[in-house]
Design a binder for this molecule. Structure first.
Ligand code: PLP
Length: 483
């Protein structure tokens, strides 16, 4: 307790708490400044986990002692995504302005469910930027969420409302709901199937459309699937295009999908978790053509946008459809046209969350501090590093590239007997050695090392180190087998 001795929970000794606070801020800045000197990842030792567990404390500790435990027992065992050598899955590195924005947001302790206050204006500002970025009309709506998984789920519910009418909210899916079918590429993220499950539509009703050699949804297969389902009396309602698949970064032909969705009266959703913010880069934006025609776009500021977790985002063309899907009238949420219960925009009308954090502030800080051009340059550099990695792989006879590089993701592997097991072992050893950390995936039934370059801190030397370490470990393994 120490500096907190009063009846409320505020400091009694503000000067002592101020000193501690500055020390913690220094600690986190030092952590970020020295990331490159740290291993990408280290496993939390069993003793550390055991030592950390304790019963609910009845009495408090000194703030400084609580911080010491964090610094010693939590901070060193991060998941690594802030590190320049982290290339696993698709995760962002965060940024210092984002850290500060998050701190200030916590200081305000704002609840962005509704009412009349300036934090909502900050969220509206980011929404306006997003509208502008994607060429959406002024009446389009937006919302911060935890992540793209939630954005996809909410958009799917809107598509359902559009197809079945607002009564579906009260009456449930009924007979018609059993016949709804959705379409996404075989490379689409698992959150699309999960959204079908959560919505009660069933993941069997999601058609996983075959992809071409570049990993894009095949239009002929999509058209054939639609025709077949319609002939069977089913009701296609949703088409999900992917702007950067999670496995290989493939971008669907969004323009053609938008065209088809319009013709077939399907709700067109773009999963842009990997690539949508590429709109900020003049090199990447042309490849996203058609995204401006979507009914909704889900993406993550916490990935390529470099805002700290979590900062998912949903952009919706028809904000009234969104309100009609989620708004409910409850007496305790009564709106007034004056005072604190006023305010024109209540985000709780546009999604399932009533209490909402101030995710907009860390994003606003990040965008304001760097500007769109610098963020776009980071994305272009990630793509350039991916091409460099692909070239290095192709130049090594012991390595092979497993998928074309469309964006910032490279899938490759070491050649050798029992290559699936070999490459799994290589990735495990990379992680455990604290080396550059890619993840694993399966490409065409073959185990692949997958490097997604999302972090603004990643440099050419990290990509070179990845290739060197893969070759070294493959060599060690061959020697172990031989010996
Ligand atoms: C990461 C990702 C998602 C899920 O986003 P979350 O923010 O983790 O919920 C969806 N789609 C793709 C393509 C992704 O890469």
């Amino acid at each position: 307790m120490g500096a907190f001795e009063g009846p409320d929970l505020d400091p009694t000794d503000w000067e002592a708490v101020r000193r501690e606070s500055h020390r913690m801020l220094d600690g986190v800045l030092d952590h970020i400044r020295t990331l490159r000197e740290q291993p990408v990842w280290r496993a939390p030792p069993a003793e550390a986990r055991a030592a950390f567990r304790e019963p609910l404390p009845a009495e408090g500790d000194e703030l400084s002692a609580v911080y010491e435990r964090f610094a010693r027992e939590v901070l060193p065992y991060a998941s690594g995504n802030a590190h320049p050598g982290f290339m696993g899955w698709v995760q962002g590195g965060g940024s210092v302005p984002g850290v500060l924005g998050e701190m200030l947001a916590a200081g305000m302790n704002a609840n962005l469910g509704g009412r009349d206050h300036m934090p909502l204006e900050v969220e509206q500002q980011v929404i306006a930027w997003v509208r502008e970025l994607f060429g959406f009309p002024a009446q389009a709506g937006g919302l911060f969420l935890t992540g793209t998984s939630q954005a996809v789920f909410l958009a799917l519910l809107m598509a359902r409302t559009r197809e079945l009418g607002p009564d579906v909210r009260r009456a449930g899916l009924g007979e018609a709901g059993l016949r709804l079918t959705a379409y996404a590429s075989a490379g689409a993220h698992g959150c699309v199937a999960q959204a079908m499950e959560l919505a009660g539509l069933g993941s069997d009703q999601l058609r996983r459309v075959a992809t071409d050699t570049a990993g894009r949804m095949r239009l002929d297969a999509l058209r054939a699937g639609l025709a077949e389902d319609r002939a069977r009396g089913l009701r296609p309602f949703l088409l999900v295009g992917t702007a950067g698949t999670v496995d290989t970064g493939a971008i669907d032909d969004l323009d053609a999908l938008a065209e088809l969705a319009a013709r077939e009266a399907l709700f067109f959703l773009v999963d842009g978790a990997v690539g949508a913010l590429g709109m900020l880069s003049p090199e990447i934006a042309p490849r996203l053509k058609g995204i401006e025609r979507a009914d909704a776009i889900g993406f993550d500021w916490h990935k390529w946008g470099q805002a700290p977790y979590d900062a998912g985002f949903l952009l919706v063309r028809d904000a009234e459809l969104q309100r009609g899907t989620f708004a409910s009238e409850a007496a305790y949420l009564r709106r007034l046209n004056r005072g604190l219960a006023g305010g024109e925009w209540w985000p709780s009308d546009f999604g399932p969350d009533l209490s909402r954090s101030f995710r907009a502030l860390k994003t606003w800080f990040t965008v304001k501090t760097f500007g769109g051009r610098a963020l776009g340059r980071v994305m272009a550099r990630c793509c350039e590093l991916a091409r460099t990695l692909a070239q290095r792989v192709e130049a090594e006879p012991q390595l092979e590239l497993l998928a074309p590089v469309a964006l910032n993701i490279v899938c490759f592997r070491a050649r050798g007997p029992d290559a699936d097991a070999l490459n799994s072992e290589i990735v495990a050893r990379l992680h455990e050695g604290g080396h550059p950390a890619p993840s694993l995936t399966t490409i065409g039934g073959r185990t692949a090392i997958r490097a997604a370059i999302v972090n603004h801190r990643t440099r050419r030397e990290d990509v070179e180190a990845l290739v060197e370490q893969v070759l070294r470990i493959a060599g060690d393994l061959a020697a172990e087998r031989g010996g």
